[in-house]
Design a protein around this ligand. Structure first.
Ligand SMILES: [Zn+2]
Length: 420
């Protein structure tokens, strides 16, 4: 079989002919070059209005890299034309295999972007003898295409979450669609302020926001304010995951403070390495952690009291009747207030204040599963932690859309399949 036959199967375009395939040299290395020419009597496409137009003259030769063949880098070599468009005047033509100034073909960008979902961007670059920048450009191309083509008209439930990025105290606000039939990342914004979330609602528009039925968020004040103002018709729910996360934060604070105090006072540091014993759920503990926990529970410590209060709080999620659930919350909060453990008291105050929206969780229980936001949050964390070599916020944003956005992808004449 000739290479031309192979190309005609997976890389064929109506007005062009794969004329000749030969060896070439690129940056000192042997490569495969494919000379492409215009088909006789065909018209070219105006890059301005995307309509056919007569060719005017020929300009520079460009090389477009395609998916490597047997480990050799391969290029389409084509002399670009200018067209005389009736509408736009003399412009450079548009070629079907490439987009704008990209030096990789659309297929190759699609191919790299697919691999970049499985490997880190650097690993992808190394595997296909290309650069990190080109992998990034490919992912960005696919993401921008997907964002333009996606349909967001069917969204009924959204979840708003924040994650910290770059180890420091920089935050990102993430908005997910959390409907049962579609779970995906809708939007990423820098920071977690009132302005951040307002930007989201401005982007999606008021008619869109008016159709929302559920909004799930945590107790972060700026979010609460914006949600109240922008989506008053939706059922606002404080998510189980976020509430438990906040209780865990309080426990961690108690533990850290108490650990320090024990050391200062010269006591045995019983709380050393106890962090996860107190934060994880019992069934998720390792054998070693379970032993440590059992031992810890015999001490009369604030950390232990806080832990037991948290375990008790899990009962709340089992309630079906909002009436009894509310009673439970009130009793739990009183107990916490009497415990004299400051971080936990703060938590109880906040729960008292937000009781109605916490109870909404019970009302909306059947609308979506409670683990969704937590699952998405974990995935987002993996994306931010993975060493993609993120240099800027923009990279992180694109990586998040790429991994979690479930974006539509351009249709290709030939699919390079990756087995999952
Ligand atoms: Zn035109």
């Amino acid at each position: 079989m000739r290479i031309e036959t192979l190309l005609n199967t997976c890389h064929k375009f109506k007005s062009f002919v794969n004329k000749k395939v030969h060896w070439g040299e690129y940056k000192g290395e042997q490569c495969i070059e494919i000379d492409v020419v215009n088909r006789k009597n065909s018209k070219s496409i105006c890059s301005c209005c995307h309509k056919p137009a007569c060719r005017y003259d020929k300009v520079t030769i460009r090389r477009f890299e395609i998916v490597p063949l047997w480990g050799f880098r391969a290029f389409i070599i084509y002399r670009m034309c200018r067209v005389d468009c009736k509408q736009c005047g003399v412009t450079v033509e548009e070629v079907p295999w490439a987009s704008g100034k990209h030096t990789l073909t659309k297929t190759y960008m699609h191919f790299l972007s697919n691999w970049a979902k499985k490997l880190s961007w650097l690993e992808t670059a190394r595997s296909f003898q290309t650069s990190w920048q080109k992998v990034f450009n490919s992912v960005r191309y696919i993401v921008e295409y997907g964002l333009k083509k996606r349909d967001v008209s069917n969204v009924e439930s959204i979840g708003i979450d924040e994650i910290s990025a770059h180890k420091g105290h920089k935050y990102l606000t993430l908005v997910y669609q959390i409907d049962k039939n579609c779970i995906r990342l809708l939007w990423v914004g820098k920071d977690r302020t009132v302005k951040t979330l307002l930007r989201f609602f401005r982007k999606f528009g008021q008619p869109w926001s008016e159709k929302l039925k559920h909004v799930c968020s945590d107790m972060w004040k700026p979010y609460l304010r914006v949600i109240k103002k922008k989506v008053p018709q939706a059922l606002h729910i404080l998510d189980r995951f976020h509430i438990m996360k906040n209780i865990n934060k309080a426990i961690d604070e108690v533990r850290a403070g108490e650990h320090r105090k024990l050391q200062e006072d010269g006591y045995e540091p019983v709380l050393k390495k106890s962090r996860w014993c107190l934060l994880k759920r019992k069934e998720n503990l390792t054998v070693k952690q379970a032993v440590t926990l059992k031992e810890l529970l015999t001490y009369n410590l604030k950390s232990v009291k806080a832990y037991l209060l948290k375990e008790e709080f899990y009962l709340f999620w089992e309630y079906i009747s909002p009436y009894w659930a509310e009673k439970f919350l009130a009793i739990w909060c009183t107990k916490v207030m009497r415990s004299k453990i400051e971080p936990m008291k703060k938590m109880a105050k906040s729960i008292r204040k937000h009781t109605p929206i916490i109870l909404n969780w019970l009302k909306a229980k059947k609308a979506f599963s409670s683990g969704i936001v937590e699952g998405l949050n974990n995935k987002a964390r993996v994306v931010t932690k993975k060493a993609y070599g993120f240099k800027t916020y923009k990279c992180l944003e694109i990586a998040l859309y790429h991994q979690l956005g479930k974006l539509p992808e351009p249709l290709m004449t030939h699919r390079f399949r990756i087995r999952a």
